[in-house]
Design a protein around this ligand. Structure first.
Ligand code: NAD
Length: 488
């Protein structure tokens, strides 16, 4: 039954340190029940204009604070989020569909760490200096915040990815207007409630909720927002690039992936199988870094497939609050239909679906019957040209195919438009280095997955993005550099 609007959680925009209601709202669903439970502001130009103005007003004071002062505020904000970790984890799970366990152990701890990490890293940058003795000159570089940063984030890791942008942007002295995904806005709104207590001055962080077409595009087109940091799909990035071009905006684009796992015949199965299950199905496969093409060397192909499918069948989908469940709900009904359609297309092309969608049945509790659930699905014998091997599915679906030689697998792994992340499994160190160097991929994990040092660059090649994020890379993106020459 549809809830009455007064029973729904109603979010407000956060502009200039104040929560401000909007004139119209969008329904937001709980993916694990299919019910509308929240109303999200349907902001547009007017709200974005107000937020940009507030951010501009806050810029002179915030940008002139010392890195240490800003660092202390970021650390305080990290502490406050951590203090409410359980409430944030429950909210993220309800809003996004992911399991509470995942939100509690991955999303929210990482959001906390994003603030701590940049609170620390901002204290340790050094600028360059060179001497030209023959000319009697020294040159040095100076870095300054750029201004109002526009930050746009997706629905799969809501607070995790939004804070991965807010933290470096404000640590560097910028002020921000952030627009989270309209499908997952709640934890950003909860964070806004902590900003004043953390000591973030009014107007430094503004959050405008709404759709990409209205609120997102208003931000991208705003002449006083000189940089946009965007994480989302390649298609949206193309539109953002076009719309921002007349203003020559600085863009950071973190986009989709079609990530290969390459498993050589000397791989350690005891590590490789559980990690590849996680890399394929964690967070319902809704992570840009998830594996969706598994290349297995022919000699171990049958054994791998048998063990991988047997383990995949043990994954349980259901109520995201149940600690025994490892697959939550997908983000929306439309997305579930899209993911399912890939499985149907693979079948129609003659591939074999070994478990999950269409093979095993879901066993859902009464309250979750209308949720958007799907079991981990393994497909074998898919052609490399098939859309299942070429397009980002972004769900719990992975394709397993055989290969013979190192040369062949590198070519096949690289034969997609994306280039975000790859994993390589082998106990031969020389081979691991050789293959890693030749893969067209911004990140290569060997004998592991998703272990990140935030100091180092993160980002994709080809259609997976432009630019990198990380300690040094984010610092460079969120600051403007100047070279100064002194003649003595
Ligand atoms: P999306 O591109 O549909 O939306 C992302 C954000 O952009 C949302 O906030 C949306 O409202 C906004 N948006 C949409 N149209 C816009 C427009 N015209 N102008 C401005 N903003 C607009 O992506 P999604 O479906 O929310 O997220 C899933 C995608 O994100 C997948 O492709 C996934 O791979 C990618 N992703 C990439 C990374 C990475 O780091 N590379 C991380 C997570 C997700």
């Amino acid at each position: 039954m549809m809830a009455h609007s007064k029973d729904l959680l109603e979010l407000e925009n956060f502009i200039g340190g104040k929560f401000i209601p909007c004139s119209s709202y969008i329904d937001s669903y709980n993916p694990s029940t299919g019910d509308v439970y929240c109303r999200v502001p349907d902001s547009g130009k007017e709200e974005v204009e107000a937020a940009v103005k507030a951010a501009q007003d806050a810029f002179p004071v915030w940008s002139s604070k010392s890195p240490l002062e800003r660092s202390q505020i970021l650390n305080k904000l990290a502490d406050l989020i951590e203090h409410d970790l359980e409430a944030f984890a429950k909210a993220e799970s309800k809003d996004q569909g992911k399991t509470i366990t995942f939100a509690r152990t991955v999303d929210i701890p990482r959001a906390v760490y994003n603030f701590r990490f940049f609170a620390s890293s901002i204290l340790h940058h050094v600028t360059e200096c060179t001497e030209m003795a023959t000319m009697g000159c020294v040159h040095y570089t100076s870095r300054a915040p750029v201004g109002v940063a526009g930050l746009i984030s997706p629905w799969n890791l809501p607070l995790y990815l939004l804070t991965w942008k807010i933290a470096p942007a404000i640590a560097c002295g910028n002020t921000v207007v952030a627009k989270p995904s309209e499908m997952t806005s709640v934890t950003a709104w909860m964070m806004c409630k902590l900003l004043e207590k953390a000591g973030v001055p009014h107007g430094v962080v503004n959050v405008v909720f709404g759709t990409g077409a209205k609120a997102g595009e208003a931000l991208v087109c705003h002449p006083d927002v000189p940089l946009i940091s965007f994480t989302g799909s390649t298609l949206t990035a193309q539109r953002i690039t076009e719309k921002s071009a007349p203003h020559c905006k600085r863009l950071s684009l973190e986009l989709g992936g079609k990530n290969p796992a390459i498993i050589f015949d000397d791989a350690d199965f005891s590590q490789c199988i559980p990690t590849t299950l996680k890399s394929s199905f964690a967070n319902q496969g809704e992570i840009c870094l998830c594996t969706s093409r598994i290349f297995v060397q022919r000699g171990i192909y049958s054994e791998f497939l048998k063990r991988f499918v047997a383990e995949a069948k043990k994954w349980k989908a259901g109520n995201p609050s149940d600690p025994t469940v490892n697959v939550g709900a997908l983000i929306s009904k439309e997305h579930l239909e899209k993911v399912r359609s890939y499985v149907k297309r693979a079948q129609a092309e003659g591939a074999r679906v070994l478990c999950g969608e269409g093979v095993d049945s879901l066993d859902l509790p009464a309250g979750n019957q209308k949720g958007y659930f799907m079991l981990p699905t393994v497909i074998a014998e898919v052609q490399d040209e098939s859309c299942c091997m070429q397009e980002e599915i972004f769900g719990p679906v992975t394709c397993v195919v055989a290969f013979d030689t190192e040369e062949e697998v590198i070519k096949r792994a690289n034969s997609v438009k994306y280039g975000l992340a790859a994993t390589v499994w082998s106990s031969n160190v020389g081979r691991v280095h050789r293959v890693a160097r030749r893969l067209q991929s911004g990140l290569v994990w060997t004998n592991c997955w998703l272990i990140r040092d935030l100091n180092l660059p993160f980002g994709g090649m080809k259609a997976s993005g432009i630019g990198r994020e990380g300690a040094k890379d984010s610092y460079e993106f969120f600051t403007e550099v100047k070279t100064i020459t002194i003649k003595h």
